[in-house]
Design a binder for this molecule. Structure first.
Ligand SMILES: *[C@@H]1O[C@H](CO)[C@@H](O)[C@H](O)[C@H]1NC(C)=O
Ligand SMILES: *[C@@H]1O[C@H](CO)[C@@H](O)[C@H](O)[C@H]1NC(C)=O
Ligand SMILES: *[C@@H]1O[C@H](CO)[C@@H](O)[C@H](O)[C@H]1NC(C)=O
Ligand SMILES: [Zn+2]
Length: 505
């Protein structure tokens, strides 16, 4: 009996070391199947790691979901056990993309997209964080209660991290308590429309509402995102009565209903309010962000001037304005309909210039799908079809492919898709490969070409509505890590959706 007890005691250290080994090699992530790899401590090696200071050859050391060292050269090889090294050779290792503008339509319109398909597609496209828009889901995210519906819907159903914008609408704009509750509950900022949104429970705001919103946002130092188009009298025709404006199957008919002057007039009106966001202004601390700029001329000029005056303002554009031009859009092909509309090729070239010069700060997808029957009418009526481009899974290869002839660099991609978006969304620990940040990483091969044909796995709910289907693109995503979990690799996803709903504190 004595000796039996002793033997048991002698076994304890052995048991303990097995337990330790178990936790080291098979951490929580693995046991809950959040990740396609079993380690919590490992190295990602590559000849092309995009860090803020340079593209280096070396390794990123990851432990417990964070980056704990970035090592240039071969020094890491001595430290790393070979099993814990993921060597991607010449493939690019860069911060995951942060998409600050996506409509995942969950809850309420999951037949359009939904969190599971949307975030699977995001992961397959190298996106590690996205910020969901407050409209197109039902109900719209305009209160603490409706935000709760969002976060509940996201629970256990997101493969990447998801943050939320709240809605600034006439109903809450004059009610500071309601806005404060929404912000306290964690929305990263607010979004409003200066023209009808296309969604009944998300009405447009005027400049008074926007001013009220900015004064509340100032206390929280969070941004207001604005859809900047205002309705105007169009050569005697009102926008609402576009019948008779021309052949509805012709893209040019639609284009005429939303001229650049609609963007210009909206931005002009907004800029009367940005004075208040300047140092010393009544809304100091607030920030204005113009979403999906399409007009590269007067509208952009106004924004440039405001920036040089010191206004707190940023602007994004989207890949579809950089890839497509109005002249090329076939009659009846309503996959290309979005608002503001895709303009001519000269405008497109100017947008690229502005992006490269830093006048446009960042990119976003504005992934805005719908059910195919709303998007693809048999008759190809541009005036009736749903406006919104489906793109979430393709934004990285699209930006790269169309940017190649403009000579864009990996560092620019990171600035437009990770670094600046992280800043807008207030995510200090994202958007760069630096020590202390979350290990949110995209691994991809810029040189790898592929066709978006029937053989390409598209995770979006409705691949057929995407204007990119049929394109030949360059830049294949191999693997995506979110907080150290390998959530996607070579057409496989982690078996459990362990993305984190991001709430501002
Ligand atoms: C303002 O919002 C709060 C919280 O939603 C609500 O309880 C209150 O009735 C609202 N006040 C007005 C005047 O509508
Ligand atoms: C905006 O609409 C509100 C009513 O919701 C109204 O009180 C206000 O005067 C309007 N502001 C402008 C600039 O039209
Ligand atoms: C898809 O792959 C199959 C088998 O490799 C091939 O026969 C077919 O032509 C491909 N389809 C397209 C659209 O390329
Ligand atoms: Zn949008």
């Amino acid at each position: 009996m004595e000796s039996g007890k002793l033997r048991l005691l002698a076994l304890l250290p052995i048991l303990a070391s097995f337990l330790l080994l178990y936790f080291d090699f098979f951490p929580l992530a693995y046991r809950t199947r959040c990740s396609l790899i079993p380690y919590r401590h490992y190295w990602i090696a590559s000849k092309r790691i995009v860090t803020p200071s340079a593209v280096i050859s070396g390794a990123v050391e990851v432990k417990g979901g964070k980056i704990i060292s970035v090592i240039e050269g071969d020094d890491w090889q001595g430290k790393a056990r070979s099993k814990q090294v993921y060597d991607y050779g010449e493939a690019v290792v860069m911060p995951g993309l942060i998409d600050v503008h996506a409509h995942l339509d969950d809850p309420g319109r999951t037949e359009w997209e939904g969190f599971p398909s949307g975030t699977r597609a995001a992961a397959a496209g190298g996106i590690t964080t996205l910020v969901d828009m407050p409209l197109n889901s039902y109900p719209s995210t305009v209160s603490e209660e409706t935000l709760k519906l969002k976060t509940n819907a996201a629970q256990g159903r997101i493969f990447v991290d998801v943050g939320f914008w709240g809605g600034l609408v006439p109903e809450n704009a004059f009610n500071a308590t309601a806005l404060e509750r929404l912000l306290d509950a964690g929305v990263l900022g607010l979004k409003s429309f200066m023209c009808p949104s296309g969604i009944n429970d998300f009405p447009m705001t005027n400049s008074t509402h926007i001013k009220e919103g900015l004064s509340v946002l100032a206390k929280y130092k969070r941004p207001l995102l604005v859809h900047a188009e205002v309705q105007q009298e169009l050569e005697g025709d009102d926008l609402a009565t576009t019948e008779g404006a021309g052949n509805p199957r012709s893209y040019s008919t639609y284009l005429k209903t939303r001229p650049p002057s609609m963007e210009e007039a909206a931005i002009k009106e907004l800029l009367t309010l940005t004075k208040e966001t300047r140092v010393g202004g009544s809304s100091e601390g607030a920030h204005l962000h113009i979403v999906h700029l399409a007009d590269s001329k007067s509208s952009l000029q106004l924004i440039k001037e405001a920036k040089s005056r010191g206004d707190s303002i940023t602007v994004e554009t989207c890949p579809h304005y950089l890839a497509f031009s109005a002249e090329e859009i076939p009659d009846g092909d309503t996959r290309y309909k979005c608002a503001p509309p895709i303009r001519d090729s000269h405008n497109k070239e100017k947008l690229w210039e502005a992006l490269i010069d830093g006048d446009i700060d960042m990119l976003s997808s504005d992934h805005s799908p719908s059910a195919p029957e709303l998007k693809l009418f048999d008759e190809g009526d541009f005036l009736k079809a749903w406006g919104g481009i489906s793109s979430l899974q393709f934004v990285l290869p699209v930006t790269w492919s169309y940017g190649l002839k403009h000579g864009i660099s990996l560092e620019q991609l990171v600035s437009w898709w990770s670094e600046k978006p992280a800043k807008l969304a207030g995510q200090d620990l994202k958007g760069a490969i630096v020590v202390g940040n979350y290990a949110d990483i995209a691994v991809w091969v810029p040189e790898a070409e592929f066709e978006l044909d029937d053989n390409h796995t598209v995770y979006l709910k409705h691949p057929s509505i995407s204007a990119y289907m049929g394109s030949k693109l360059s830049g294949k995503v191999l693997a995506t890590y979110v907080r150290g979990n390998l959530v996607y690799e070579q057409e496989k996803h982690a078996s459990v959706a362990c993305g984190v709903p991001i709430l501002a504190r």
